[in-house]
Design a protein around this ligand. Structure first.
Ligand SMILES: CCCCC/C=C/C(=O)SCCNC(=O)CCNC(=O)[C@H](O)C(C)(C)COP(=O)(O)OP(=O)(O)OC[C@H]1O[C@@H](n2cnc3c(N)ncnc32)[C@H](O)[C@@H]1OP(=O)(O)O
Ligand SMILES: NC(=O)C1=CN([C@@H]2O[C@H](COP(=O)(O)OP(=O)(O)OC[C@H]3O[C@@H](n4cnc5c(N)ncnc54)[C@H](OP(=O)(O)O)[C@@H]3O)[C@@H](O)[C@H]2O)C=CC1
Length: 291
């Protein structure tokens, strides 16, 4: 954990910050003093994120301290550059200039590559890869125009980017693009004082996942125990742990770190051996089963 107040005076914009892991990161940034802008499509998600942030900050604050406006939501589909610019405007007019961006918004659903429509491919690649680029570009443009520094961008990726993702070709391909973008922008924007890093969550189950992903887990009534047994660390990740890693990577304590992608997965992506469990074809894994 970073020292209290590490983010005092800093405005952090988190795409998809109203649900799941984005919300957990928003809470950890706010606990350390950040003002947080939550950007996504659904205002109900913003409200959930703002409430979580305010509760966490209130719990951590001394009794009687006046309540501060620490979080706001702004509507944008990250695929649309005009909506992205408008959301930055809204966040900055409420909370001040954004100097930290977390590209967390994502889309994903399990599908066999042979059955994925062009529209389904585009939806995922555009949200994950194009959305991360458009938001990064917007932060860079504003940061440079105001001569501000330092700045930090954190791209939330996935281990599928380097292992491949059978049953999720769209997401794996998009996240691999995000990792290449992390390295590229780290070099291009280092002279502008903007660090660009990546963070890969391992398995972090939570209730906000879309139905198609939840359904994969809900087939097994003992899924929590099964998931834990599948991880070298013997457990899945807890969302606040991702928040701890994110707040470190964007902080001055990581001031010389750029172009790096940190994997937080209890060792799961390294779990390869000469002898592996028998192969179950992905088509069989995704086929609906009667319980
Ligand atoms: C515990 C397991 C964890 C596994 C690892 C998790 C990794 C993650 O990335 S988690 C993040 C997942 N979160 C989300 O996906 C949240 C947001 N998702 C969505 O809003 C939808 O899933 C979306 C991606 C479909 C939204 O895109 P949008 O453009 O708004 O959606 P459309 O309904 O217009 O669909 C576009 C396109 O995609 C096809 N499609 C949608 N769902 C499926 C599906 N389940 N299977 C196959 N195809 C799907 C849809 O048919 C459209 O295609 P066309 O009809 O060809 O235009
Ligand atoms: N949970 C896990 O185990 C893993 C997660 N990850 C990654 O972690 C990150 C967070 O995922 P997680 O919290 O689990 O998933 P969620 O589904 O909870 O979060 C996805 C978020 O993205 C937002 N979003 C989706 N599409 C758009 C869009 N077009 N424009 C703006 N915002 C959008 C959604 O908000 P709204 O609907 O309001 O637009 C939602 O808040 C993602 O990058 C994901 O790929 C990676 C590996 C494993």
């Amino acid at each position: 954990m970073l020292p209290a107040g590490s983010y005092d005076g800093t405005t952090v914009l988190i795409t998809g910050g109203g649900t799941g892991l984005g919300r957990a990161m928003a809470v950890e940034f706010a606990r350390l003093g950040a003002r947080v802008g939550i950007v996504s499509r659904d205002p109900a998600h913003h409200a959930a994120g703002v409430t979580a942030v305010e509760q966490a900050v209130d719990e951590a604050a001394p009794a009687g301290r006046p309540k501060r406006a620490v979080a706001v939501g702004a509507v944008a589909d990250v695929r649309d550059p005009e909506q992205v610019a408008a959301a930055f405007d809204a966040v900055e007019s409420a909370l001040g200039p954004v100097s930290v961006l977390v590209n967390n918004a994502a889309a994903n659903f399990p599908v066999l590559a042979a059955e994925l429509s062009p529209g389904g491919w585009r939806a995922v690649v555009d949200v994950v890869l194009t959305g991360s680029f458009l938001c990064s570009r917007e932060l860079h443009r504003r940061h440079v125009a105001r001569g501000a520094r330092p700045g930090a961008i954190l791209n939330i990726s996935a281990a599928q980017a380097f292992t491949g993702g059978p049953g999720m070709v769209h997401s794996a391909s998009a996240k691999a693009g995000v990792d290449a973008m992390t390295k590229t922008l780290a070099v291009e924007w280092a002279p502008d004082g903007i660090r660009v890093n990546g963070l890969v969550p391992g398995l972090f189950p939570h209730q906000d996942l879309p139905a198609s992903l939840r359904a994969l887990r809900e087939r097994d009534p003992d899924q929590d125990a099964t998931d834990a047994r599948r991880q070298p660390a013997g457990r899945v990740g807890q969302p606040h742990e991702l928040g701890w890693a994110a707040t470190y990577l964007c902080s001055p304590f990581a001031g010389f770190l750029t172009g790096h992608t940190l994997v937080l997965d209890g060792g799961n992506h390294l779990r390869r051996d000469f002898v592996m469990p028998p192969v179950v074809p992905v088509a069989e894994q995704l086929r609906p089963r009667s319980l």
